[in-house]
Ligand binder design. Sequence first.
Ligand SMILES: CC(C)(COP(=O)(O)OP(=O)(O)OC[C@H]1O[C@@H](n2cnc3c(N)ncnc32)[C@H](O)[C@@H]1OP(=O)(O)O)[C@@H](O)C(=O)NCCC(=O)NCCS
Length: 418
Amino acid sequence: MDDLRIRDVTEADLPSALVIRTRSFGPLGPGGQAWWDRVAKEVIPGRMLAVVDEHDTVLATGRARPYEQVWGGRHLRMGGIAGVYTEPSARGQGVATLLMRGLVERMAQLGDVVSCLFPTAPDLYRSVGYEVGGVHTRYSYAAHDVRAARSRSGGLRPRPAVPGDAELICSLIRGHQERDALSGPMLPTVETWRQHLEDEELINYVLDDGAGRRGFVSYSLAEEVLTVEELVAESAEATAALWAVVGSGSSAAPTVRSYLDPRNPGRLVFGGLPDVDVREHGWMLRVIDLPAAMAARGFSAHVTASAQIMLDDPEVPANTATWAISVAAGAGRAWKLSTRPGARPAPVDSAAPGGGASAASGMGRGPVRLGPRGMAALWCGWTMSRLRLAGLATGGDPAADTALDAIFSCTPFMTEYF
Ligand SMILES: CC(C)(COP(=O)(O)OP(=O)(O)OC[C@H]1O[C@@H](n2cnc3c(N)ncnc32)[C@H](O)[C@@H]1OP(=O)(O)O)[C@@H](O)C(=O)NCCC(=O)NCCS
């Protein structure tokens, strides 16, 4: 273990990295090599790290992909952790843990303020400060129920999308994420959409009637299932028209699936409820740079609240401090009150209704005490009472809990798997 070190992956390391990937997940499937080459270009240099032994043999690699993610309707830089694997003969001695520490440090240097990942080994990521953040959900509907939406479409007829629509589609996605104050979805690039629009396996339609009834849908059809990848609409008629074009395939494909917002408005329009085949992938999040993340995130303009937290973050020393967290007029702020771990600043006001310290809830005087996992869960809208029951928060008082719950209230979801 002592001879292990972390370094950047170079192009020369890619064949060894691919061997470890194959030993971890099996061979790349059809089209896999093109994907591998594209992702390598995106992350080298700087966003792909390796753990090597004393002979410079690569034992593990991992990537932090450069993404944008919406929180409260505003876009933040998010490092998307993926491709974490350890050579099988080197497993079980802390190699991946070392790699993850290196990736967290690198993301902080690069200015990513939060990081997300889809875990196969949650405890590995918990050990470096990630916690369960939100869901990526697949719902299935009877296609004839989706088709029935056409009665509300006002006669709108979407047209097939062309590669030149990539910018329109991206601006529709951005507008939807901001307007609806979403938390969790990622913002795709125009280039990504250009590629989607050239992908012959995707079926894409756009609505742009010049009367504000804009939108688009992207879906695929395979094995008698219509799978909606993305759908954005700017009016009730556009919502119905776009879903109806998907549902129009019901005679040949009886099922429509979607990976959209679990509360997407289509669900208020369809003739039926989703069937029981609901699948959910949990994803995890870590706050990488607390003050920058607070300043970048959007908050409800109707919330005015503040509380003190004492954060002890072993992987990101700059986060370790007692912080005053506040939100007013839709803007958030975190500023340092003290950097001494364990220091006790002025106690927060505990004169809340029904307040008072309670040993059972772990409350006491002084700020709420959190580690990075507690901070991550709080960021993702887990309430303080739940954090306390999971052992992820102590200290503080009822007034601080109420304030933190109001500040971070959200139900985050992702629509994309990476
Ligand atoms: C998961 C993986 C990266 C772990 O690598 P590693 O170098 O053995 O990890 P570490 O020794 O640092 O393990 C740290 C912790 O991770 C968790 N962990 C490791 N392997 C795990 C496994 N197979 N299942 C569940 N948890 C696991 C454990 O909590 C472990 O702590 P412990 O050893 O005290 O129980 C490795 O097993 C691997 O490459 N698996 C196949 C690919 C994969 O699943 N990658 C993760 C993608 S999200």
